[in-house]
Design a protein around this ligand. Structure first.
Ligand code: ZN
Length: 323
C-alpha cells in the first residue's frame, strides 16, 4: 500500500499533540496499538511523541520506546517534536525519521514556553543541523523548523510580516530542510493562510514550505486547509478525533480532525492513501481507550455518504483543484 501514489500527506499528530494536552496517560501498549492501527489504515506519517523532560510532560515519557515500535512499521515516517539539541540527540538515538523544532514567532510566547529568545532558538536549530550533518547519510533525519504562533499569538497578538520572514530565512540558513507554519492559537483565516504561505515562500523558496499545522479553534480548520492546498501545500497535520481539544475554546477540537480532513480530501478526489472505514474504526478504538476524554469531529457521527467510493485513480491533483 505504501508504494501507491498519494496527492496529500496527512501527518497524524494525535499521539504527540493530542496526548500532551490531556491528563490521562495512555499506556505504552495502547500507544503502540494506536500507531499500528492507524498506519494499517493507510496513514503514512505519524508524530509519535516529543522528547521533552518527563517532569514536564509525563504523558510522553515513553517516546523513545514509542519511536522504536513505530520504526518497525514498514513505510511509516516516524516524526517527533524536539524542544532543543538534547531532545534531538534523544530523537536520533531512538531512530526518528523526522524531527521538528517548534520556534514561536512570538518571542514573548517563546520566552514563556521554553525560556528562549529567537536568537537562542536559531542557535539551537544550528546545533541540531550540525549534529544531523555529522551522521552517515542514511541515518540523517529530515529536519523541520516549525513557526508556531505564525498566525497570531494570545500574548502578542498579530506577528509582523518582517518577523516571520526573518525567522524563516534564519531557520533555513541554520540548516532546516523545511519551514512549517503553525496556527498554535487558532487565529488563522483562509486569506491569511494564502498570504503567509506566499510571504514565507518568497523568502525560503516554494520547496521549503510544504506543510501546515492548523487548528480548528474557531471552526476554520478545514477552510484553512483548503486554502493551503490551493497554494500547493502537500502535508497537513491533523489529530484523530481532534484529541486534546482546545484549552481556549471548550467544545472545539484543537488540531483539525484527521478523519474529517481525510474525508474532505478523498471526496474531492485527492488521494491520501487512507482507508476511511479503517480510520473510523481506529477512532472508535481510541475513544474506548480514553473514556474520560472528549473526541471531536463530524464524519464519525454522520457516516460516509451513500454511494461514497473515494477518489478515482484517474483524478490527478491538478484536475481536482481545477488548475
Ligand atoms: Zn496543534
Amino acid at each position: 500500500m505504501a508504494d501507491q501514489k498519494i496527492d496529500v500527506l496527512i501527518s497524524e499528530v494525535g499521539p504527540r499533540d493530542g496526548l500532551q494536552s490531556i491528563d490521562t496517560i495512555l499506556p505504552l501498549a495502547l500507544k503502540k496499538a494506536w500507531i499500528s492501527a492507524e498506519a494499517a489504515a493507510g496513514v503514512r506519517e505519524i508524530e509519535v511523541g516529543s522528547f521533552v523532560p518527563a517532569s514536564l510532560l509525563p504523558q510522553l515519557a515513553d517516546t523513545a520506546e514509542v519511536v522504536k515500535h513505530a520504526k518497525t512499521i514498514p513505510g511509516l515516517t516516524v516524526a517527533v517534536l524536539v524542544p532543543n539539541l538534547r531532545g534531538a540527540e534523544a530523537a536520533i538515538a531512538a531512530g526518528a525519521d523526522k524531527i521538528t523544532l517548534p520556534v514561536s514567532a512570538s518571542e514573548t510566547h517563546s520566552l514563556r514556553n521554553v525560556r528562549r529568545t529567537h536568537d537562542q532558538m536559531i542557535a539551537e536549530a544550528r546545533a541540531i543541523s550540525t549534529l544531523i550533518a555529522s551522521l552517515p547519510p542514511g541515518r540523517r533525519p529530515h529536519f523541520e523548523g516549525s513557526l508556531s504562533t505564525a498566525f497570531g499569538c494570545t500574548i502578542e497578538g498579530a506577528i509582523p510580516d518582517a518577523v516571520l520572514q526573518d525567522l524563516a530565512a534564519r531557520l533555513v540558513e541554520a540548516g532546516c530542510a523545511e519551514v512549517g507554519l503553525s496556527d498554535t492559537s487558532g487565529y488563522a483565516n483562509p486569506t491569511q493562510v494564502r498570504r503567509l504561505i506566499r510571504l514565507v515562500r518568497g523568502v525560503v523558496g516554494d520547496d521549503r514550505l510544504t506543510g501546515l499545522h492548523l487548528h480548528n479553534t474557531r471552526g476554520l480548520g478545514l477552510a484553512n486547509a483548503l486554502a493551503g492546498l490551493e497554494e500547493g501545500i502537500t502535508t497537513l497535520d491533523a489529530s484523530l478525533g481532534g484529541l486534546g481539544g482546545c484549552p481556549f475554546a471548550p467544545g472545539a477540537s484543537g488540531n483539525i480532525v484527521t478523519e474529517d480532513l481525510a474525508f474532505m480530501l478523498e471526496s474531492m478526489g485527492l488521494r491520501t492513501g487512507i482507508d476511511l472505514d479503517a480510520l473510523l474504526s481506529v477512532r472508535r478504538q481510541l475513544a474506548q481507550w480514553l473514556p474520560n476524554e472528549p473526541v471531536y469531529g463530524f464524519t464519525s457521527e454522520a457516516g460516509l455518504p451513500l454511494g461514497y467510493v473515494g477518489p478515482p485513480q484517474i483524478v490527478r491533483f491538478a484536475d481536482a483543484l481545477g488548475g
